[in-house]
Design a protein around this ligand. Structure first.
Ligand SMILES: [Zn+2]
Length: 272
């Protein structure tokens, strides 16, 4: 579900931290993309499993700029915030938890249980995280850390923490994917013979993190994140899985091919 107002402008180099500047510019220019900022989508997903409405990722709320389209889009499909039974978060960065808090400071999904990975909860919510690894100004980091605590505050009371790798519900499994954050999980949704892999923030944009394996600057443990990326991309390619990238251009769906030198992203068209 698209949840993207006017995205904040950040330079592409943040998401391709080890890319030579000229090469990065060339890649972007060849894709007819601007070289001075990168647009990231926020593709949340609504599932129905045995009559329960499950939202995967909450989206940014107002933490990254003006509020997004999540609530409007839910309403357009006939779903109100009160109808959501469960919200599962891949990791606790503000663009994934921002909508947990309503504008009046309450719970945006009043009936929902919220689930978050335990290692992220310990690091970002219970701890005072050292975010000096993030290639952004100090003032941004301070706001980032505060936004996390503020966003999850209304759901902290009843939060259910999961260990990455755990099955959430029949048909919804988490896959440990730490590196980007201590506890990040990716999701595998399966129904009959169909599978959908949600890669959370393993990659920000397919052009720079799949077609090229440049490393996102916001990855806390760069080596672990790179190993995780390769493990999960290999599995996606081997099983020819349908993949949903949280930040990829809408609708964010496609497949990952193994090539002689790495991987290639093959977008899937929007099905009307
Ligand atoms: Zn994100």
């Amino acid at each position: 579900m698209r949840n993207q107002p006017r995205p904040p402008r950040r330079t592409p180099g943040i998401y391709a931290g080890d890319a030579p500047e000229a090469e990065l510019e060339e890649v972007l220019r060849r894709a007819f993309l601007p070289t001075d900022f990168m647009t990231l989508n926020l593709n949340t997903l609504l599932l129905e499993i045995d009559g329960r409405r499950v939202l995967l990722e909450a989206g940014a709320g107002t933490t990254m700029g003006p509020n997004g389209r999540l609530f409007d889009n839910l309403r357009a499909t006939g779903v109100s915030p009160e109808d959501i039974d469960l919200v599962v978060i891949s990791h606790t960065h503000p663009d994934h938890v921002g909508n947990l808090r309503s504008t009046d400071g309450g719970r945006a999904f009043p009936r929902a249980t919220t689930m978050a990975p335990s290692a992220d909860w310990a690091f970002f919510v219970e701890g005072e995280p050292d975010l000096s690894y993030m290639p952004v100004p100090e003032e941004f980091r301070r706001r980032f850390a505060a936004n996390i605590k503020q966003s999850v505050e209304p759901v902290a009371q009843g939060i259910e923490l999961y260990e990455a790798g755990a099955e959430i519900l029949p048909g919804l499994t988490t896959i440990a994917a730490s590196g980007h954050t201590p506890g990040m999980a990716t999701f595998l949704v399966h129904s009959g013979g169909d599978q959908l892999l949600l890669t959370a923030d393993l990659a920000y944009h397919p052009l720079v993190n799949i077609d090229r394996l440049w490393r996102p600057g916001p990855d806390r443990d760069q080596e672990a994140a790179a190993t995780t990326r390769q493990r999960i991309f290999d599995q996606a390619a081997a099983d020819r899985m349908l993949v949903l990238g949280f930040h990829y251009p809408f609708p964010g769906l496609g497949r990952i091919l193994r090539t002689d030198t790495g991987y290639s992203w093959v977008p899937a068209g929007w099905q009307f």
